[in-house]
Write a protein that binds this ligand. Structure first.
Ligand SMILES: NC(=O)c1ccc[n+]([C@@H]2O[C@H](COP(=O)([O-])OP(=O)(O)OC[C@H]3O[C@@H](n4cnc5c(N)ncnc54)[C@H](OP(=O)(O)O)[C@@H]3O)[C@@H](O)[C@H]2O)c1
Length: 153
């Protein structure tokens, strides 16, 4: 598939992307905005307690990064922030929760508007998994431990 035809697929499309503060999805966001400025909308699901915090993370951890220098300095200049405001919509959410913790109206809007979903959200810290697993085992076995302790003492 030609790169030009890939870019053409994104024209006038709305895309929901998770994990955009991470390594891979951040590059995807930059690539789409650079090669297809006529994308309709990028909805970025960002872990944050509210909309203001999600916007802050978008500005500092995604579009504020050096990766976006080309877009900022070469392609858009002074209009960079209005371009981002028009094209990118940060959504506070968490993929491990029902409906990503989004409200009903947001879910309805996404279901009507989104054409493509890209999931880049993932736990890539293997220690985190290990710690969660150890905690789960300890919580699960705690009653048995108490039972055995009573049995032997
Ligand atoms: N990096 C590579 O070279 C590479 C190559 C092949 C495949 N992959 C795969 O691509 C995926 C992403 O990799 P990556 O390197 O971009 O990982 P990463 O830098 O660790 O980014 C993970 C992203 O997922 C988000 N996230 C984690 N848990 C979440 C949750 N519960 N709800 C919403 N967002 C959540 C993180 O948000 P926070 O900022 O809030 O933590 C972050 O934005 C992984 O499945 C990885 O295995 C990566």
């Amino acid at each position: 598939m030609e790169p030009g035809s890939i870019a053409e697929r994104f024209r006038d499309r709305s895309i929901l992307i998770t994990g955009s503060t991470g390594f891979l999805a951040k590059m995807l966001v930059e690539n789409i905005l650079r090669i297809q400025p006529d994308v309709s909308k990028l909805y970025l699901l960002v872990r944050a307690p509210d909309a203001a915090a999600a916007k802050e993370r978008l500005l500092t951890e995604v579009v504020g990064k050096g990766l976006f220098d080309d877009l900022r300095e070469q392609q858009h200049g002074a209009s960079f922030h209005s371009f981002i405001k028009e094209k990118v919509c940060p959504l506070p959410g968490d993929i491990t929760h029902q409906n990503f913790v989004l409200g009903n109206s947001e879910i309805l809007r996404l279901s009507q508007d989104v054409d493509i979903i890209v999931n880049g959200a993932a736990t890539t810290n293997f220690m985190e998994r290990y710690i969660k697993c150890v905690l789960a085992i300890r919580v699960f076995f705690r009653p048995f431990k108490i039972y055995l302790w009573r049995y032997f003492v």
